[in-house]
Design a protein. Structure first.
Length: 376
């Protein structure tokens, strides 16, 4: 039977779109259920500030009278303006192991984007690089960390079967704190201390009493540090406010560090507890009736961390400060009782970041792929 594609226009259809992620991943090994309320929030075009400048259309695939897949077609006007590139995007892809369904979904997303004068589509983005992005192609044997994707092992075959081609791979690096300590010699510590003194650099943690001010500092440094990176799009003020409000609920302020030169902030590292340790125990993604208690009690017992972002202003990126921030974070994690850390994601060709991580014993253990498909 042929595949029918319908645009999501009603609350009932949107609920079905969201629910299908749970249906398709019910038997996916190591998948971690997100909170349904978080999925609803990120797709809420009235409350998510991403949609103040961009557009999304959700689609459902129907085969044999049942939902067989879903996809979102996305425009990102801030990307278009900043990168001077007319790409469109796809994301929130889920599908049964059926190439016909996958092809119909990609055809529909491509047509929608062509109507909006996009010359290619890139994905997956959920809904942008500043959110969850990338299709897992290696590293299915362990659960994902917070805000990282996970998918059935057959998805790359479906995505590439349509004709999507690799545009960029990104890595998740992983290290056990005990292993990292073995790689960190006393000489490395002395060199780090001398470097900090030579450049008159000091460190401080985030100030929760001036949280908004420090978040703005992070964005100022981030935009300067990452502006030349592949696919970069700066956060809007409203977007960073929403992200900061979410992360503040779970952040360990002792693991959010600023580097200051002569008292002026020039770098930062944001390391957050891996709440997926708790969410994996809430398989249906529902906080009520019992999920809320698992969340409240479990969050205090988290033993793993994710370095979610690191930024050094351009004029200081060759000072060794990035490696020193990683070093300090590892030592802090040990002091605070954390056992392991993931650093993600990192562009496959960002050797400036990859080299020092490997020096600390970190290894690439997951690979995520971003694809492109021509529309002209």
């Amino acid at each position: 039977m042929s595949v029918k594609i319908i645009p999501v226009n009603t609350k009932k259809e949107k609920k079905a779109f969201i629910d299908f992620e749970w249906e398709i991943n019910e038997n996916t090994p190591n998948w971690v259920s997100p909170l349904r309320m978080e999925r609803s929030k990120i797709l809420n075009t009235k409350k998510n500030p991403f949609y103040q400048h961009s557009e999304i259309q959700l689609f459902l695939a129907i085969k044999d009278s049942k939902i067989s897949g879903k996809i979102a077609a996305i425009t990102n006007e801030n990307y278009t303006k900043f990168q001077n590139d007319d790409a469109g995007f796809w994301g929130f892809f889920d599908c049964i192991n059926d190439q016909e369904t996958a092809n119909a979904l990609f055809d529909t997303a491509a047509s929608w984007l062509q109507e909006r004068k996009r010359d290619k589509m890139i994905g997956p983005m959920n809904p942008s690089l500043n959110d969850e992005a990338g299709l897992l192609i290696e590293g299915f044997d362990t659960p994902p960390y917070i805000m990282m994707t996970h998918n059935p092992v057959y998805y790359p075959k479906l995505v590439e079967g349509y004709g999507n081609k690799k545009i960029k791979d990104v890595f998740a690096m992983h290290v056990l704190v005990e292993d990292a300590k073995e790689h960190i010699s006393e000489k490395m510590k002395r060199v780090a201390e001398k470097t900090m003194k030579r450049y008159n650099i000091t460190l401080r943690t985030i100030n929760l009493k001036e949280f908004k001010k420090d978040v703005n500092l992070i964005m100022e440094i981030y935009n300067d540090a990452w502006g030349d990176n592949w696919g970069f799009v700066p956060f809007t003020d409203a977007e960073i406010d929403m992200l900061a409000a979410d992360l503040k609920q779970i952040a360990d302020d002792r693991m959010v560090l600023f580097a200051l030169k002569d008292g002026e902030p020039i770098g930062f590292i944001v390391t957050i507890p891996n709440i997926n340790e708790v969410l994996i125990k809430i398989p249906n993604g529902e906080l009520l009736p019992t999920g809320i208690f698992k969340l409240m009690t479990g969050i205090k017992k988290i033993k793993t961390l994710r370095v979610i972002i690191l930024g050094i202003k351009k004029g200081h990126q060759r000072s060794g400060l990035g490696a020193n921030l990683y070093l300090k974070s590892i030592l802090l994690a040990d002091e605070l009782g954390y056992q392991a850390s993931e650093m993600s994601w990192i562009l496959e060709d960002n050797y400036t970041m990859l080299r020092p991580l490997k020096d600390f014993g970190a290894k690439p253990y997951k690979t995520y792929r971003l694809y492109t498909y021509p529309l002209v």
